[in-house]
Design a binder for this molecule. Structure first.
Ligand SMILES: [Zn+2]
Length: 129
């Protein structure tokens, strides 16, 4: 019997604000930078920092347009959250199986796997790690 779903698997929209720059004569081309809650541009890499400086210079030179912060939404797959047999909420990993801190292991359909399923599958030859 599957575990109780707290959140069923499904598509989820995630807001990701981006500072957006495009070239004046090539509007389909440009740069996007991640923005934090305070509206500040975040740099995950040194290249991103250099590109941001470049974008600002291009805006100054009139060759790029600064669109400011634009809200993009990303459609992501949420594998869902179940209530584990131990009572804790467990976010499914989206991988083959997810193991709770209590040791219970579930498949992507929220079915509790037999604790010895690996051994069982080794015996039957379904799993050969
Ligand atoms: Zn558990």
């Amino acid at each position: 019997m599957p575990a109780e779903w707290i959140t069923k698997p499904g598509h989820e929209e995630i807001n990701s604000p981006q500072r957006h720059f495009t070239y004046v004569n090539d509007p389909g081309c440009g740069f996007m930078f991640d923005v934090n809650q305070a509206g500040e541009v975040m740099f995950s890499t040194e290249l991103a920092r250099e590109n941001y400086a470049l974008a600002l210079r291009e805006v100054e030179a009139g060759t790029m347009v600064d669109h400011g912060t634009v809200d993009f939404t990303n459609d992501v797959w949420n594998p869902g959250t179940i209530r584990c047999g131990c009572g804790q909420p467990l976010n499914l990993s989206g991988g083959d199986t997810t193991t709770c801190t209590c040791g219970n292991e579930y498949n992507g359909c929220a079915q509790l796997l037999r604790p010895n399923w690996r051994e069982f599958c080794r015996e039957t030859g379904e799993l050969d790690d």
